[in-house]
Write a protein that binds this ligand. Structure first.
Ligand SMILES: [Zn+2]
Length: 175
């Protein structure tokens, strides 16, 4: 997969830097979502956010809340909700954006292409038959920030439904 545009250029367009004091995958606060961080979901020890530097529209990042660098650092209690969130994120993208396929994966270690190698994160990249053309359109950097916020607004209600379903499930299982 090719990188279609350059993150450092987009950061300049957005006019603000990501959090420097903390890790990208540990947005401040405790809330289950935060638009300024593109955080769509935080619950059960894991998070999901939109990638501010996406390969395609709807490019999600799913990470454990804990700052670990490798999948082998996770215990089974972290693994299950994380994989369920990868699955839920994929289902939500399918419902909302109707892609033709997905690339889902991990880059572990900067040599393997991880942009932030310190904190494990899954990429969920929806793909369309015509997404080369689509990305050409998005390569106009002026259009990207608004586009990401629009995508966030479309995805958030679905993640909130998932959040509620998880919490109802947890309540039931603990009763
Ligand atoms: Zn971290």
């Amino acid at each position: 997969m090719k990188t279609i545009w350059s993150p450092w250029r987009l950061e300049h367009v957005l006019g603000k830097k990501p959090h420097t004091a903390t890790c990208l995958f540990e947005p401040p606060g405790e809330g289950c979502c935060a638009k300024e961080d593109l955080l769509l979901y935080r619950n059960c020890g894991c998070i999901c956010m939109l990638n501010r530097f996406p390969y395609t529209n709807g490019h999600l990042l799913v990470a454990p809340a804990r700052h670990v660098s490798c999948i082998t650092d996770l215990d089974s209690k972290e693994m299950t909700p994380l994989m369920e969130l990868v699955s839920a994120g994929t289902a939500i993208l399918r419902r909302v954006l109707d892609p033709d396929g997905f690339n889902i994966g991990l880059n572990i270690g900067s040599e393997a292409g991880a942009g932030i190698a310190d904190h494990l994160h899954f990429h969920i990249v929806p793909r369309w038959r015509n997404d080369v053309n689509f990305m050409t359109v998005l390569a106009d950097v002026r259009a990207i920030p608004e586009h990401i916020e629009m995508t966030y607004d479309r995805l958030l209600p679905e993640f909130q439904v998932y959040y509620q379903s998880r919490n109802i499930h947890h309540h039931d299982s603990s009763a």
